[in-house]
Structure formats: structure tokens, C-alpha cells
Ligand binder design. Structure first.
Ligand SMILES: [Zn+2]
Length: 441
């Protein structure tokens, strides 16, 4: 007989034919739409204003014509109502619930998450953690802060898979890396779920404390990282530095997205049981075909708590063409950055991830901090600043990078070297030209 944690997943759903998956998702979408029309005034009002009757939505194409909204719309509701409750959630005082924050560059909104939401989304996430190697009886170090909806889901994962959970003191800010390192050494977890910038902070703390990363991570078999895209080269180097069996990258957001890499690392399989993802052309709103970048529009398929339907997450992503070698039919998604972090160079839309891919191919620049300098108007060439590596042949390094950028991205670029990026710009990949000039005076 299979162990409980291995019995609970209908794994055959992961390989359903595309048509069957579409029918399944459409049924779930209809259920969410009905719930929204009956119980969520935020949507019934918007559908009314757009003159659409959700009952008449007969297929995914009809659904793709419903109005989208973004975080600005949610923040406006909060400010007008002077309450976290925007009408996107059905409140049920008889059921225990938590209120989580969605922070970020755009502002803070809130999610009302009752127990049923935690069960449904957490069970879906448990599958993702199993893909990443988490098994019953393992000890897992969990790094999501309590205000984040990931922590709510992870507690369910812990229950469902029967693992022991360790939570270090602090949140995922680099200044808490001392505690994280102490927890890692004392508790010896086999699985670590962590925010990627915090992993880098932890490695910096290893260097400062003169502890070898391999020793610090010697008990760890698998790492699951979230929060920022990892390039293939940075994954390879992290694996060599830490010596774990594998490093998985998860994609998600509190509004409903769950997508996860399988062991082939070809992109992130969208979790069809909890979300529906569309990529649309930001100008026309038309669906963008696989292999084309566009805005990521998300619909949560869980009709509990705060419900997001056709939410424009203001991220840039694409559905990757082709099938994954693992045999799963769940589509592959890649998200590159927030739309706010794009720069227009000679008619092309560039995100810092594109530049990072090129930097990582030049051995001397691997992992070095850099930033793109963005002018007020469209730029003819890409302007960037990179922390100067300790090498003699800087001109050769520069020439190699320029030719890679031109070959891969089809753009000209000009580089500035700097001893150090000012502290306030650490981890910031796009700096406005006017701010940069002020700082240089
Ligand atoms: Zn796969």
C-alpha cells in the first residue's frame, strides 16, 4: 500500500490531453464566474458596467473578452472603501480566516484567506513540493514570512506531506541571514524553501563567517527557490557551490498563480488545478501565441476567500512552445520581470533578465551586480552600469559582452564600470537616468 502522502495525488491529471485539460479548466472557470456574479460585488459591478453576462460565457474565447483589472484598481477600491474588503471576497464569520498582505513595488493590498482556501491552494502546492523532492518524514526549512500567503499554504503542505517544519527567526531580508545560517547548521534540514535573494545573502554570510557553503548545506538534498528568475548558468553554479541534488524554481503570486519546474527545468508547468493563465498583447488585449512575450493575466480557480478573475499581474511572460520531456501536458510558463522594469531600446522591449543571461556567459561577470540605466525616452542603445570585476583585461571582457548583447538581443550597448553600486541600488536592476546623474554629481 502506498504511503498517505503518495496516495493523495491524481497524477494522471498531469498528462491529460490538451482538450481534456481545457474542458476541465473551463468548468472550473464557470464555477468561479457564478460565485463572482452571486457573491462578489466587485465583479458583478464590473461585469454590469462592461455589459457582459457571465452566464453567457460559453467557451474560453468568450472568457478572454471579460474585462481585466490590475493592482491599481484594487488599491483604489481599498482607498475608497477605507477597508481591506473590496468586494472580491465573500466573508464568512463562522469560518476561521487570516488576512495576508500582497506587498511589492505597486503598494499593499490584502487577501482574505479562509480555511477552505488554505486547504485547496495548499493541497495544490503540496504537489509542487513533491515535484521538488519533498517527502514524508523529511525536515524542511521554511523561509516565507508569516504575513505572506505562501506561509499559509506551506503550513498545509507540511501537514499534508507529513514533514517536520523549521522556521528561522526573522523575515527574508538579508540582515536575518545570520539566523538562517545558524538554523541550517543546527537543524540540518533535508529540504529548504527560500527566496532567491535570501539564498544569495546566505551565501554571502557563509563567506563572512568563513563557513564553506557545502558544509553549511551538507544536510540539504533539494532547494526550492522563489521570488526572482534564476538563469541556467546561475543554477549550475549554485548547484556546484552548494552541492545539492537539485535546485527547483517555483513561480507564484498571492493572487492565485502556481507554476513549478519539473526536473527537466524547461520552464514552469502551470498548475491547472488552481489557476488559469493567459498571455495577452498589452496593447490590443488579444491572446499572444506561445513563444511570444506579453502581459500575464491570471484567474484563480478557487472560489474561496479573495478571488482574482482576469487579473493583469503587470508581469511580462510567455508560454513556451513545445512539450516538456517529462511527459506532463501542463503548459510551460516563463515570467521575466515586472512590466515596470522594461526598457525600450531601438524598438525592442528588453528586461534585465535578457541582459543577465548575457552577463552570465562571460565568466568574469558571472553573478556581478549590474543595472540598466533607463532614459526618459526610447533609447537607441542600451546603457548599463556593472560593478567592475577584479581583472586586468577589462577591455576584452567589455568587448565580449558587447558582442554577446548585439548577437543575442540585436542591440548596441554602452557600458560604464563602477567600483560599487550604491547600497540603495543593490538588487535594483533598472535605474532612472536622472537619478543616476544626480548620484554621479
Ligand atoms: Zn516537465
Amino acid at each position: 500500500m502506498k504511503k498517505r502522502s503518495e496516495r493523495i495525488y491524481p497524477d494522471e491529471q498531469e498528462t491529460w490531453p490538451e482538450e481534456r485539460l481545457k474542458r476541465y479548466q473551463f468548468r472550473r472557470i464557470k464555477r468561479v464566474l457564478r460565485h463572482a456574479q452571486e457573491n462578489l460585488p466587485f465583479y458583478s459591478r464590473r461585469f454590469g458596467a462592461a455589459n457582459v453576462d457571465p452566464e453567457s460565457v460559453a467557451n474560453l474565447e468568450d472568457f478572454s473578452k471579460l474585462p481585466t483589472f490590475n493592482k491599481g484598481d484594487v488599491l483604489r477600491e481599498i482607498s475608497e472603501k477605507e477597508s481591506f474588503a473590496t468586494g472580491m471576497e465573500a466573508l464568512d464569520p463562522s469560518e476561521p480566516a487570516v488576512l495576508c498582505m500582497t506587498s511589492g513595488t505597486l503598494g499593499t493590498a490584502f487577501l482574505y484567506l479562509p480555511r477552505k482556501w488554505r486547504s485547496l491552494r495548499g493541497d495544490s502546492l503540496a504537489r509542487a513540493y513533491r515535484w521538488a523532492g519533498l517527502r514524508s518524514g523529511m525536515r524542511m526549512l521554511m523561509a516565507a514570512p508569516a504575513w505572506h500567503s505562501l506561509a499559509v499554504q506551506e503550513t498545509r503542505v507540511v501537514e499534508r506531506l507529513g514533514v517536520t517544519c523549521v522556521i528561522p527567526w526573522g523575515t527574508f531580508l538579508p540582515r536575518f541571514s545570520v539566523n538562517f545560517l545558524a538554523a541550517l547548521k543546527d537543524i540540518r534540514p533535508a529540504f529548504v524553501s527560500i527566496f532567491l535573494p535570501m539564498l544569495y545573502a546566505l551565501l554571502a554570510e557563509c563567506r563572512r563567517a568563513e563557513v564553506s557553503p557545502r558544509e553549511a548545506f551538507s544536510s540539504v538534498e533539494y532547494l526550492l527557490v522563489v521570488g526572482a528568475p534564476m538563469t541556467p548558468t546561475s543554477r549550475r553554479h549554485l548547484r556546484e557551490e552548494i552541492r545539492v541534488r537539485d535546485i527547483f524554481e517555483g513561480l507564484g503570486n498571492p493572487e492565485g498563480l502556481t507554476a513549478m519546474e519539473c526536473s527537466y527545468h524547461r520552464g514552469h508547468h502551470v498548475f491547472m488545478d488552481c489557476c488559469y493563465v493567459e498571455i495577452i498583447d498589452p496593447k490590443s488585449g488579444a491572446p499572444a501565441p506561445a513563444g511570444t512575450r506579453g502581459s500575464v493575466v491570471l484567474t484563480s480557480l478557487i472560489p474561496e476567500g479573495s478571488v482574482y478573475i482576469r487579473y493583469d499581474s503587470e508581469d511580462i511572460g510567455e508560454m513556451l512552445p513545445g512539450r516538456c520531456e517529462c511527459g506532463r501536458t501542463w503548459p510551460l510558463l516563463e515570467i521575466y520581470d515586472r512590466r515596470a522594469n522594461t526598457v525600450q531600446v531601438a524598438g525592442k522591449e528588453i528586461v534585465p533578465y535578457d541582459v543577465r543571461l548575457c552577463l552570465d556567459e562571460v565568466a568574469e561577470l558571472r553573478g556581478f551586480p549590474f543595472a540598466v540605466i533607463r532614459a526618459r525616452n526610447e533609447m537607441a542603445s542600451l546603457s548599463m552600469v556593472i560593478q567592475r570585476p577584479p581583472v586586468e583585461e577589462l577591455q576584452q571582457v567589455e568587448a565580449r559582452l558587447m558582442s554577446l548583447l548585439s548577437e543575442r538581443l540585436g542591440i548596441e550597448s554602452n557600458l560604464k564600470w563602477t567600483q560599487h553600486l550604491p547600497e540603495r541600488w543593490k538588487g535594483v536592476a533598472v535605474i532612472e537616468e536622472r537619478d543616476w546623474e544626480v548620484a554621479r554629481v
